[in-house]
Design a protein around this ligand. Structure first.
Ligand code: BV8
Length: 259
């Protein structure tokens, strides 16, 4: 593994334009379960891809709202891990670093990454389910009059008819166009891409590393398991990101310091 870490660090240290693409695995060591981890207790009986849909919210707003409340409360007790901080540190070491994330837990922001493209929204942001003032009709939950949580989500304060919902991208919903367009542009212009903690199972996010590879970028994957993207990788560091990313960044710093 040390040899591969050195190989990866050499590519990253001299990258002109590094793009980082992360999935839920980068937050695993923070204690945030990935979609594929069975959630405990009440939620273990539900398939997340069934709950994270507009249809599920339409059918049973309270169940979906309660699932997100459970996840928000769980995530708010967790913190960025050394992997998040290592990725944030790269921004100050290299000429251009852009971080694309599928995650909605806000940990990259908390760890100090600045140039972030959030593809799937944010667990701690809210909007009107009918986009009554345009998409998104952002809502500050703390500014709402108290409501009875037994009744499920509160009503939108603007139209009082739509429900308040999490500002995340559900399955069968399109991703925010500006974010997706920029993510593909960055992927097609980078010379090195670091893919961390994603199964590559969800589209269109899974296309992003493929676009980079098609343009000749050097791809490095960090994932204890092979993913659906491993075949496209030049290097696969088969280790937890919280352990191996700090080691990679340490070698990057040595290389930059000695050059
Ligand atoms: C859309 C936010 C247009 C919500 C999420 C082709 C093209 C376009 C669309 C599709 C397509 N084929 C199918 C589709 C439809 C669908 C899709 O992709 N379905 C999949 C299931 C096949 N895509 C969509 O619906 C997208 N919308 O394209 O709009 C459209 C419109 C109508 C009809 C068709 C198309 C919207 C997708 C976004 C969904 N929202 N999240 C919320 O969070 O509640 S997706 C959610 O699941 C995550 O954001 C993440 O993206 C995804 C996967 O989650 P996880 O499994 O938890 O994480 P990940 O996959 O990253 O795997 C964890 C990895 O970590 C593993 O590999 C593991 O080994 C690794 N790991 C574990 N420990 C560690 C680790 N790695 C490092 N260190 C460790 N310690």
């Amino acid at each position: 593994m040390d040899y591969l870490i050195r190989q990866a660090a050499e590519r990253i240290a001299y990258a002109r334009h590094l793009v980082i693409s992360t999935g839920a695995g980068v937050s695993k060591e923070s204690g945030v379960p990935t979609f594929r981890d069975a959630l405990d207790g009440l939620w273990a009986q539900y398939d997340p891809t069934e709950l994270a849909t507009p249809q599920a919210f339409q059918r049973n707003p309270k169940r979906v709202w309660d699932w997100y409340t459970y996840r928000r409360e769980m995530v708010s007790k967790t913190h960025p891990n050394p992997g998040h901080y290592a990725l944030a540190e790269l921004e100050g070491l290299l000429p251009k670093v852009v971080l694309i994330t599928q995650n909605v837990d806000n940990h990259h922001q908390l760890a100090g990454s600045r140039d972030i493209i959030p593809l799937h929204g944010n667990l701690f942001a809210f909007k009107c389910s009918t986009s009554c003032q345009g998409n998104p009709t952002s809502i500050d939950l703390d500014s709402l009059a108290p409501w009875n949580p037994e009744d499920g989500p509160p009503r939108c304060p603007y139209c009082n008819s739509g429900y308040v919902r999490p500002d995340v991208v559900w399955f069968h919903e399109t991703l925010p166009e500006a974010q997706l367009t920029r993510a593909f542009e960055e992927a097609q212009n980078c010379d090195v891409m670091l893919v961390v903690g994603t199964s590559g199972a969800v589209y269109p996010a899974a296309w992003i590393p493929i676009k980079a590879a098609e343009r000749g970028a050097f791809l490095i994957e960090v994932n204890p398991q092979p993913s659906e993207l491993t075949r496209a990788m030049n290097i696969h560091l088969a280790a937890p990101s919280g352990e191996v990313l700090p080691q990679v960044v340490e070698v990057v710093k040595q290389l930059l310091h000695s050059s």
